[in-house]
Design a binder for this molecule. Structure first.
Ligand code: SF4
Ligand code: SF4
Length: 146
């Protein structure tokens, strides 16, 4: 396993530069130089106060192909959850009772999360990505923005 730095978490205090025995952390582009990194060392991982460095595998196995029946079921669930999300959003908008509004919004969010899980299981890594929006359009589901 090799070290990998998440630049967006890095606070640039340079502790990893001081601790690395090979200089693999000291690069121009901010990425750790894998060719200099010692397999499994993790000294920089433990030193980083921002949790910006992790050990990652060199290679990952191919993801298993999704069962087409499962994908079909997940997309059908997505359709149902999205319809319920739209219904809850409509209730939240039309209700004048603050308690009912709150409940409807909670339900809306809950159906959104369930729908996202279905989309993910249906093979979409990013449930709010454009392909999912297109899919929802094809299914004639109104996409609700927060
Ligand atoms: S794991 Fe060790 S060798 Fe690799 S970059 Fe971090 S400190 Fe350097
Ligand atoms: S120790 Fe962590 S926060 Fe500091 S420079 Fe290295 S990666 Fe960035």
């Amino acid at each position: 396993m090799y070290a990998s730095r998440n630049i967006s978490l890095c606070t640039k205090d340079c502790l990893c530069l001081f601790i690395c025995p090979t200089g693999a952390t000291d690069t121009e582009n901010g990425q750790i130089d894998k060719t200099q990194c010692i397999d499994g060392c993790r000294m920089c991982v433990d030193a980083c106060p921002s949790h910006a460095i992790s050990l990652v595998f060199e290679e990952y196995p191919e993801p298993k192909a999704k069962d087409t029946q499962l994908v079909g079921s997940m997309l059908s669930f997505l359709e149902k959850k999205s319809s319920l999300e739209a219904l809850a959003a409509g209730l939240a908008e039309s209700s004048s009772d603050p308690g009912a509004q709150k409940l409807a919004k909670a339900l809306q969010r809950s159906f959104r999360i369930l729908g996202e899980d279905c989309a993910r299981e249906g093979g979409f890594m990013l449930p709010q990505c454009n392909p999912v929006r297109d899919l929802k359009k094809d299914l004639d589901i109104i996409d609700i923005e927060e």
